[in-house]
Design a protein around this ligand. Structure first.
Ligand code: SF4
Length: 423
């Protein structure tokens, strides 16, 4: 057995022989997570309360959301990525298995082992299947389902300032079809914040920023939005963005638990109506990056997708955001319009992207059209005789778009796989 404190991120670890469970068991405690590893063939990661977060067993990665949903990912022998959502029986069997492994590892834990590691393992053992179910129920009392976030926001603290999507008619998107659009009143937001704070408790410190949900929270008129954002500031320590480096350092020392600004989606067909002065006001209230589902630069294809925006509106919105000092995350929908639009989509999208005033800190996302998730789109595409692109053809489409781009350094390009998302 060995035990010691090794680094700021890995606070404690212990490893010990644990037959017949494993040749060696390793337990590591970080500030944000606890890991249990069995012979490097199985890894279980818990949050500091002991709630299961991720598991790696037999070459498959499982990730659990706070609402109990679970996705798994693996690679085929030829290296292709595969991914799917588990049904509730499958998710329960992963929880059960994990719980058994944690109990066995605790039973074999050496009597003189690191007490911090023992405590962490004991906490994980308190989370059986029923405890996870109860926790998911608690989560759903604080939240409407969190349908999707941008990939760089998975660790954000979500606040549902609005619910649903005010448009809700794009053919390829059914994220919010289960709810009506509503802007929370100050009283409703106050209650939501209180439930969110109660749900997260101490684990709030694991969240690094705030994401204003749902689909387009910033569509709310300024006179309604500003008081809601001010209320969020009263409830959470959000890092100011107008301090000198030394004042910021001092502020950070006074706020060991803090959130680095606010982030949100906005749609171009209403977002373009906000003025630069209004965006600047939101920037001063902590909005750091706004994500826009641009999808394509081909307006004919946009009409087929039933997304009612124009390229002029997209450019006006991006220009106003950048002028106000807010970064953008632009999302392009690969495969939209299948073979019928493939050339037009690539050419007109890259042309539109090249007209945007990009700068360091912006992100360009490529998201593949996932037909089983695509609701009405699949049906309408079949009716129109549109043949879908294969995953390889979507990769090729991305390469085509990227080959035509002239973006400055510091703009990140990334993949946005909506199937991976659990909150
Ligand atoms: S793509 Fe965006 S605007 Fe369109 S329905 Fe979905 S959430 Fe609403």
């Amino acid at each position: 057995m060995s035990t010691q404190t090794v680094s700021p991120s890995l606070l404690h670890y212990v490893q010990y022989p644990a037959q017949p469970l494993a040749e060696r068991v390793w337990v590591g405690v970080k500030r944000h997570a606890v890991s249990l590893m069995l012979d490097e063939r199985e890894v279980y990661t818990f949050d500091p309360t002991g709630r299961l977060w991720m598991t790696y067993v037999d070459g498959v990665n499982y990730k659990r959301g706070l609402d109990g949903r679970m996705v798994c990912k693996w690679a085929t022998p030829d290296g292709a990525r595969r991914l799917r959502r588990l049904n509730s029986e499958e998710a329960d069997s992963i929880l059960r298995w994990t719980h058994q492994m944690a109990i066995q590892a605790l039973n074999l834990f050496p009597s003189d082992g690191d007490p911090v590691c023992r405590d962490a393992l004991e906490r994980a053992c308190q989370w059986d299947v029923e405890a996870h179910h109860r926790d998911a129920q608690r989560f759903l009392q604080a939240y409407k389902p969190v349908s999707i976030l941008p990939p760089d926001q998975y660790l954000a603290l979500v606040l549902q300032v609005t619910e649903g999507c005010h448009w809700n008619r794009c053919t390829f998107c059914d994220f919010y079809r289960d709810r009506r659009f509503a802007i929370k009143t100050p009283q409703q937001l106050r209650e939501h914040i209180a439930r969110v704070q109660e749900y997260f408790g101490d684990t709030l410190r694991l969240r690094n920023r705030i994401f204003l949900a749902d689909a387009n929270a910033l569509v709310a008129p300024q006179r309604m939005l500003v008081p809601l954002l001010e209320m969020i500031h009263e409830a959470f320590p959000i890092e100011p963005n107008d301090l000198s480096p030394s004042d910021l350092q001092q502020w950070r020392e006074q706020h060991p638990v803090r959130l680095r600004g606010m982030y949100s989606f906005v749609d171009a067909f209403t977002g373009y109506r906000k003025s630069v002065a209004e965006w600047r006001e939101l920037q001063q209230l902590g909005i750091r990056r706004v994500y826009i589902g641009v999808e394509t630069g081909c307006e004919e294809l946009l009409r087929f997708l039933r997304k009612p925006q124009t390229n002029a509106e997209v450019l006006q919105l991006v220009g106003a955001l950048k002028e106000a000092g807010i970064a953008v995350g632009v999302i392009i929908l690969l495969g939209a319009g299948g073979h019928s639009y493939t050339r037009q989509h690539a050419a007109e999208t890259s042309a539109l992207l090249n007209q945007m005033p990009w700068s360091a800190g912006d992100i360009l996302y490529f998201s593949e059209l996932i037909e089983p998730f695509a609701g009405e789109y699949t049906h309408l595409a079949q009716e129109a005789g549109i043949q879908p692109l294969s995953p390889e053809q979507m990769h090729e489409q991305r390469r085509e778009i990227e080959a035509l781009l002239r973006l400055p350094r510091g703009v990140q390009r990334a993949t946005y796989d909506i199937r991976e998302f659990v909150y």
